[in-house]
Design a protein around this ligand. Structure first.
Ligand code: ADP
Ligand code: MG
Length: 257
């Protein structure tokens, strides 16, 4: 299905947004975790999402690549409605790289194998091609010397950079990060943020749930503050962080800044 076939109107010739979310609701039983979320990420944009624990940030990210099924609402990835039964979810997911707080590397596989497995199985690349791309992405995250190591022998920061490299080696159109530095010792956070910053500067479309306000301010094009399953406030990161308009934003920022 192409963008033209979806129900959302858009200007002729306007670029298709990378991610469009309209009226997204998600219930777990009677608990309404997302209560009508609207937002958009344009191609090449970095959107940071902040908010207190339990506000629905992870649920939102998981809906965007359909790890969770929305209760209602619309999610378009590059103009394609991912809730449409006819949509090929494997194709959509292959366009989206995801990085989690807990790295989720395969512990029994070497770094190189972690990076080649999905390339071989999903992208159907030859072994040689997969290894070459794996080596390129490992170099990008500064871990060329670790290709034979096993995850348990790496620091948390190195593991997270491997997880980023693994996602990148699939050549995604966009990357979703769910608190990628929250499980790291403070001295390891900077290396991971530096990799993400470089990725942003290369033009990668990124949606980043984070508590790193410095990163949001410096790298983010747009900042979304969520609380209680709704977007309370959004705007340019410097504006939201320095001049929050809503009392809930002010209260949250006063605790974390
Ligand atoms: P955040 O990432 O902002 O901390 P989450 O999206 O993880 O928030 O969770 C939002 C709310 O949804 C929380 O109250 C959480 O307990 C609830 N929740 C998340 N996942 C599930 C689930 N699979 N089943 C039931 N409740 C869930
Ligand atoms: Mg979360």
């Amino acid at each position: 299905m192409t963008a033209e076939q979806t129900s959302l109107p858009r200007e002729p010739g306007a670029p298709v947004p990378a991610i469009q979310v309209r009226g997204l609701h998600k219930h777990y039983g009677r608990h309404e975790v997302l209560q009508g979320i609207d937002f958009q990420v344009d191609a090449g944009q970095v959107v940071c999402v902040i908010g207190p624990s339990g506000s629905g940030k992870s649920t939102l990210l998981r809906c965007v690549n359909r790890l969770e099924e929305p209760t209602s609402g619309e999610i378009l990835i590059e103009g394609i409605d991912i809730c449409d039964r006819r949509t090929d979810l494997d194709d959509i997911r292959s366009r989206i790289g995801m990085v989690f707080q807990q790295f989720n590397l395969f512990p029994h596989l070497s770094v190189l194998k972690n990076l080649t497995l999905a390339q071989r199985n999903v992208r159907r690349r030859s072994k040689d091609e997969a290894v070459e791309i794996a080596r390129q992405t490992l170099a990008k995250v500064g871990l060329s010397d670790k290709e034979s190591a096993y995850p348990a022998h790496l620091s948390g920061g190195q593991q997270q950079r491997v997880a980023i490299a693994r996602a990148l080696s699939m050549n995604p159109d966009m990357m979703l990060f769910d608190e990628p530095t929250s499980a790291l010792d403070p001295e390891l956070v900077g290396d991971v943020l530096a990799v993400m910053k470089e990725l942003a500067q290369e033009g990668m479309t990124m949606m980043v749930v984070t508590h790193e306000m410095g990163f949001a301010r410096e790298v983010g094009d747009h900042l979304v503050f969520m609380d209680g399953g709704v977007v309370v406030e959004e705007g340019r990161p410097a504006d939201v962080l320095s001049h929050p308009q809503h009392e809930r934003t002010q209260s949250f920022l006063s605790k974390v800044l």
